[in-house]
Design a protein around this ligand. Structure first.
Ligand code: UDP
Ligand code: MG
Length: 309
């Protein structure tokens, strides 16, 4: 017998907990045929609704249901890490509880693991049902990441991924505090099979992400997986020095040939404003990396457990 750990981060999802359970267990006979046991690990990410109660109810009915409950909301990244840490399976899969990651895909995913893939990932090929502005910025983000990061980060990739123990251990060995799982998956490597599907709207409740949160998350992604912004700020320094040098030469020559009196107060102000703007921008970039380093050096735990089932 082998074991499959299903990791499900939940934040205020009381309506979806049981729905997800029922949908997942539709695959039960498939896994029984393959001699695979399932353990279902709900990670309660500091929910303030009845999520914990719902999971406890399921746990009493079915011993395969487990739970880790956080002391507060730590974010989905922390929840995924906690789930992977707790997972005892030979295989692990991360899924959203809102059924946007269809459990019906699991048998298909499994067939690829049997063929020798260490990871079967999913990506949605459409962003149907998403606000157009959000889709636009998401696409820009992935395009930018492709250019500035050596790590492969795939557009539309979901966190829905089936992995072998080897890959789970590799991910767990990355104990960084600023986690960006989409990048971590790419960073650890392994042969990955990509499955594609159309976007599915969430079963019940509302998305936990707004535009602002996503923007900050994308900045986390950039600082976590690229140092190109730091290089840009150095290059900008060099560029401005070159421009300044050319201007100095120009002004000296002009003075020697034409004996020009001092003039150009407006242009001077513009130049000062612009260069100080660029300076602040560059200091800001350095500051971002410094802040991340600061948080990393503190070595705080990624999550704090309140309860475990
Ligand atoms: N989630 C979480 N912690 C959070 C936010 C979300 O564990 O702080 C979970 C949420 O319960 C869901 C999954 O992460 O199972 C995806 O969240 P959501 O559906 O809101 O994101 P979207 O699908 O809109 O990107
Ligand atoms: Mg969702």
């Amino acid at each position: 017998m082998s074991l499959l750990s299903v990791i499900v981060p939940c934040f205020n999802e009381e309506e979806n907990v049981e729905l997800f359970y029922r949908e997942l267990m539709k695959n039960e006979s498939f896994f029984r045929e393959k001699n695979i046991d399932i353990e279902l690990i709900y990670i309660d990410d500091g929910s303030r609704d009845g999520t914990v109660g719902e999971v406890k109810r399921l746990h009493e009915k079915d011993g395969r249901v487990h739970m880790i409950s956080f002391s507060r909301n730590f974010g989905k990244e922390a929840a995924m890490y906690a789930g992977l840490e707790r997972a005892a399976g030979d295989y692990a899969v991360i899924m959203d509880v809102d059924l946007q990651d269809p459990p019906a895909l699991l048998p298909d995913m499994f067939s690829y693991v049997e063929q020798g893939y260490d990871s079967v990932a999913t990506r949605r090929v459409s962003r149907k049902g998403e606000p157009p502005v959000r889709s636009f910025f998401a696409r820009m983000f992935y395009r930018l990441m492709k250019r500035i990061s050596k790590t492969e980060i795939v557009d539309g990739a979901r966190d829905y991924r089936l992995m072998t123990r080897k890959m789970v251990d590799a991910i767990l060995s990355m104990k960084e505090y600023n986690r960006f799982t989409k990048g971590i998956f790419g960073w650890v490597g392994f042969e990955t099979k990509w499955l594609e599907y159309e976007n599915i709207e969430r079963a019940k409740g509302e998305t936990k992400w707004n535009f602002w949160k996503l923007l900050l998350y994308s900045l986390d992604g950039i600082t976590a997986f690229s140092t190109v912004p730091l290089m840009i700020s150095s290059l900008m320094g060099v560029l401005f020095c070159v421009v300044a040098f050319v201007m100095i030469v120009f002004i000296i020559v002009r003075k020697l040939i034409f004996g020009d009196p001092v003039s150009g107060w407006p242009s001077l102000v513009c130049i000062i404003l612009m260069t100080s703007g660029v300076q602040f921008f560059c200091i800001g970039i350095v500051g971002q990396y410094l802040a991340k380093t600061y948080m990393e050096v503190k070595n705080r735990p990624i999550y704090v457990k309140k309860e475990e089932l």
